[in-house]
Design a binder for this molecule. Structure first.
Ligand code: C5P
Length: 240
């Protein structure tokens, strides 16, 4: 596959078209942003860490039979993915109260939820990614109720697979954000990335934060935390 034109540049990634109309080339950048772009930094090595970690986790989800966009890792900072039209929803799954949920409901961070909670947010920077009810999703025509049911089912499956896999690596999966897309055949595929940028990951024994909260809350070295996650996850493999 040959890399062609820059299609899109986001906060953390650049996406290029390729000579295959169904395949995109993704390059992970060394930039960190938080609070809807208000806090920014360049962090050497972050692009590599997120590309490696995302590749490991998507390979794991491939093995578990979860339909997704990952094709293969190309280099330390690049990967190939299937082209999809992204559904503008952030699907957040929570196992333990943290972040915006702790703030919104006044429940202490670290409180375990009896069952996983799924929330939808509107991917819209101008509106600050507001929380959506399913009726709001219908009004905005972002997804059909059938599609919402598929998103929930897939999100819970991802949660099962990743919770177990991280636990094997002595890491607690607190919460995470997923994005989904629709391919040329209309199938819903898990897309975007799954990394310490998009998950809360706490050390199983010490509850040390090993995710982007290190950057958001100035808790130390982001690359040290992400390197710990990559090392605990072990190597990488391609999705075949
Ligand atoms: O901030 P909040 O507590 O709602 O975040 C829940 C989870 O979703 C966290 O793991 C966070 O990293 C992730 N998230 C994300 N991108 C956003 C918002 C949240 O990856 N725009």
């Amino acid at each position: 596959v040959k890399k062609l034109a820059l299609l899109y540049e986001g906060k953390a990634k650049k996406v290029y078209t390729t000579d295959d109309a169904n395949v995109l080339w993704v390059e992970y950048k060394d930039s960190a942003t938080a609070f809807n772009g208000e806090k920014k930094a360049t962090i050497a090595g972050k692009g590599r860490l997120n590309n490696e970690i995302t590749s490991v986790l998507f390979s794991k989800l491939c093995e578990a039979g979860i339909p997704n966009h990952f094709i293969q890792k190309l280099s330390a900072t690049e990967q190939l993915v299937k082209k999809v039209t992204i559904i503008p929803l952030e699907v957040v799954v929570r196992n333990v109260v943290a972040g915006s949920l702790a703030k919104r409901l006044g429940i202490p961070e670290g409180t375990r939820l009896e069952k996983p909670l799924i929330e939808f947010y509107y991917k819209n920077d101008d509106l600050g990614d507001p929380l959506l009810l399913e009726d709001h999703i219908a009004i905005l025509k972002l997804a059909t109720s059938e599609q919402i049911a598929v998103l929930k089912e897939l999100a819970l499956k991802v949660n099962d697979v990743l919770t177990k896999h991280f636990a094997d690596c002595r890491v607690r999966l607190i919460d995470f954000k997923l994005e989904f897309g629709v391919d040329a055949e209309g199938a819903i595929l898990l897309a975007d990335e799954i990394s310490p940028d998009t998950c809360r990951l706490w050390d199983m024994e010490t509850n040390e934060k090993l995710d982007k909260d290190v950057f958001r809350r100035d808790l130390g070295s982001l690359t040290d935390a992400y390197e710990t996650i990559l090392q605990r996850l072990g190597g990488e493999s391609a999705c075949t």
